[in-house]
Design a protein around this ligand. Structure first.
Ligand code: ATP
Ligand code: MG
Length: 433
């Protein structure tokens, strides 16, 4: 197939038949985040490359292998965002959010770009919903953010998802841990991949995140960071766990979680589903106490998470979760002839300005084809307008589900349709009760 007819590898179209599911999920997530005080922030899809080098970290897979980086016509190095935290922090510093009342709570939804090997649950363009809470150092903040992630997943109907947590300490305890890792991996350089051999010098923790089977196997036996936490980090982690328990949130401690981005400190966590195969992490996040100052802002301890919406959709699908149906057309008006077409145009304008979803013929079709179309779009009602109807000022409003017809005055269509739709809603409520 010619390239002009083919989407770029690793990208997905969200078609009209599916977009309502996405709107529903995104709406639920934004509404639920609002209950915890998070307001939406929208940042650009691309940033100066430096924004990601500084934050995500230049020894991570994301920076080393996955970024879409290019020079723009002005000679600037630009990168399509591989995640949103970096841009959100950049914006929060630039716009002074972190100099005002703390904590700053923001959430976002948007596309991310990573040059990865496309497979189920792994795309080159994917979408994340995430939150950032800036200016809260206490373990209660960690527990609140994790509780929000849990509630978000529940709000869209995700069941059976497990929470795994860990603490990867602060730069202080990291020193001793790095030394332990270096010692452990140094004797295994023959087996490690070349990238990991380089990582050994600069950032040995990154080896723990390597996807190569050989490196993963070696990493599984490596010293665990929990054994190297300083007293403050250990106490912080104990408090996070205590608050999670107080909130009734189940978790398991997984000492192998380190997360793929360099900015994390202390608490890290993942929500993992058993329903979607190998790419099983739906949501990942943690604390990043040094990031805001590292990016040129004040010392503002912060934390957040991001969930992959494609993976979230995959879980909903595999669970067989029923999402609400997309709203359908309230009325299809089928005009026959020019006079009727003019009347239909007027009625559509009146009804639409009152908030009804109305369609009429814009393809010059005959009655049969028009009614077929009305059925296809699942119109709730239809109204046929011919010369007789125009002359008498009366037409038949047909209930497309029941097949029943009611004669109405054409000029009172707004009131008549409103009444019919209200009656339909009452009937369906009565049926539920
Ligand atoms: P993974 O280990 O699966 O590569 P990650 O650690 O790179 O994930 P994060 O950077 O923490 O992922 O992003 C948060 C979430 O975004 C992930 O948990 C996942 O749900 C989603 N995600 C990340 N990369 C992709 C991708 N290439 N395609 C689809 N979803 C993704
Ligand atoms: Mg990744």
């Amino acid at each position: 197939m010619a390239e002009i007819n083919r989407a770029v590898k690793g990208t997905n179209d969200i078609l009209p038949s599916d977009s309502h599911d996405w709107q529903f999920v995104e709406g639920k997530l934004l509404d639920t985040a609002r209950l915890y005080g998070f307001k939406e922030i929208r940042v650009p899809v691309f940033e100066h490359t430096e924004v990601f080098l500084r934050s995500v970290g230049d020894t991570t897979d994301v920076v080393q292998k996955e970024m879409y980086t290019f020079e723009d016509k002005g000679g600037r190095s630009i990168t399509l965002r591989p995640e949103l935290t970096a841009g959100v922090i950049r914006s929060s510093i630039e716009n002074g959010l972190v100099n005002g009342a703390l904590p700053v709570k923001v959430c976002y939804v948007g596309g991310c770009y990573r040059y990865e090997k496309p497979q189920a649950g792994r795309l080159r363009e994917f979408h994340q919903f995430g939150v950032e809470c800036m200016g809260a150092a206490e373990p209660t903040a960690d527990a609140e953010v994790i509780a929000l992630a849990r509630q978000l997943l529940g709000s869209v109907g995700i069941e059976n998802i497990s929470l795994e947590i860990n603490s990867i300490g602060c730069p202080e305890c990291r020193k001793a841990y790095h030394a332990a890792l270096k010692e452990y991996f140094s004797s295994k350089t023959d087996e490690l991949c070349t990238t990991c051999c380089e990582r050994l010098e600069r950032n040995p923790m990154r080896i723990l995140d390597c996807k190569s089977p050989v490196c993963s196997k070696i990493a599984a036996e490596a010293p665990v960071v929990l054994d190297y936490l300083c007293d403050d980090c250990r106490e912080h982690f104990e408090q996070v766990k205590a608050h999670l328990t107080a909130a009734g949130i189940e978790y398991t401690v997984n000492p192998h979680i380190v997360r793929g981005l360099d900015y994390y400190t202390r608490t890290v966590f993942e929500f993992v589903s058993g329903d979607i195969g190998a790419q099983s992490t739906v949501c990942g996040g943690g604390r990043y106490d040094g990031l805001v100052s590292q990016m040129g802002g004040p010392k503002v301890p912060s934390l957040g998470f991001a969930m992959g919406l494609e993976r979230l959709m995959m879980v909903l699908k595999s669970q067989g979760t029923e999402l609400p149906d997309a709203p359908t057309c309230d009325l299809y008006i089928a005009p026959l002839g020019e006079k009727a077409a003019l009347k239909a145009t007027k009625l559509c304008a009146d009804l639409r300005s009152e908030g009804y979803a109305v369609e009429t013929d814009i393809c010059s079709r005959g009655l049969k084809a028009q009614m077929k179309f009305a059925n296809k779009i699942s119109a709730k009602y239809s109204l046929v307008l011919g010369d007789d109807e125009i002359e008498n000022g009366k037409a038949k409003l047909k209930d497309m589900t029941e097949g029943t017809e009611t004669e109405i005055k054409i000029d009172e269509i707004v009131e008549e349709l409103g009444e019919a739709i209200r009656a339909r809603i009452f009937k369906s409520i009565a049926e539920i009760i």
